[in-house]
Design a protein around this ligand. Structure first.
Ligand code: 6GU
Length: 259
């Protein structure tokens, strides 16, 4: 998968060199490009923001640097040697002018508390894509015309991590890339470890235990030492349901969530 990130804090993403995602990059499963938005400014102060039309507090990110940055990522042919594998806008000359054209377009994600809420289902969907582009906004947001213009050349999504406000999209993008990256086949060494985790079956994960069997007077639940695989599976499922009912009743179908 190709991933591009546009940000005014490219150093922020240096940590993607380490851990699981770092290994995935070394092995070529993930090809990452981090781009400094300020490289697409042309004034001596490398200005990326300005005051909002209509007034109000804060600053809005200017459209021009974003437009130039996305042009370079989304249609490299326009500022590079021409290639012939770029889909044309003309359906008559586009040999794949059917419903699978959109599937070949990159997905551009704008992290925003005003977006649809990110979840495991979305991570799974995005893990199947060939090209993801993240546009990290700061200040009070990005000029809306950037989003509208980008939507003519990519599948655009505004995505939120949840109902709270971060200073910018960088932390959110890091979280999304980790959630998506580990679902790309080959990134997580043991695919079985992806199966029994929180949210995989709509429930939270069951509690886990390892040796020693007794620690500070606390015993591992005896069923886990029983060798009875059916009983263990049933106990774990009960634990999942009980934990989900207690901390995340919103995840349960209404019929199962009565107190
Ligand atoms: Cl994606 N961005 C920002 N700035 N704040 C957030 C968020 C995203 N998700 C939750 N809060």
């Amino acid at each position: 998968m190709r991933i591009d990130i546009v940000t005014i804090f490219p150093e922020f993403f240096d940590v993607l060199d380490i851990s699981l995602l770092g290994k995935a990059r070394q092995s070529g499963l993930i090809d990452l490009g981090v781009h400094n938005l300020r490289d697409h400014t042309h004034d001596r102060h490398r200005t990326v923001d300005d005051t909002p039309y209509g007034g109000g507090a804060g600053m809005v990110m200017k459209p021009e640097p974003w437009g130039e940055a996305f042009d370079a990522i989304l249609d490299p042919a326009t500022d590079d040697v021409a290639t012939d594998d770029v889909a044309t806008d003309d359906p008559a000359t586009d040999d794949a002018a059917t419903d699978d054209v959109a599937v070949d377009l990159p997905v551009v994600i704008f992290p925003s508390p005003a977006g649809e809420v990110f979840n495991q289902a979305m991570a799974k969907e995005l893990a199947l894509e060939k090209h993801l582009v993240f546009g990290c906004g700061r200040y009070e947001g990005i000029d809306q015309r950037v989003i509208d213009d980008t939507a003519t050349k990519a599948r655009v999504r505004m995505v939120s991590l949840g109902d709270y406000v971060l200073n910018g999209g960088e932390v959110a993008v890091m979280a999304m890339i980790e959630a998506i990256g580990r679902l790309i086949p080959g990134v997580v060494g043991n695919p079985a470890s992806l199966v029994e985790e929180s949210h995989e079956n709509g429930l939270l994960e069951y509690p886990s235990y390892t040796k020693p069997a007794s620690w500070r007077g606390r015993e591992v639940p005896p069923v886990l030492l029983s060798g009875n695989h059916g009983a263990i599976a049933a106990w774990r499922h009960d634990q999942q349901v009980e934990r989900t009912r207690r901390v995340r009743p919103d995840l349960l179908p209404a019929a199962n969530s009565e107190e």
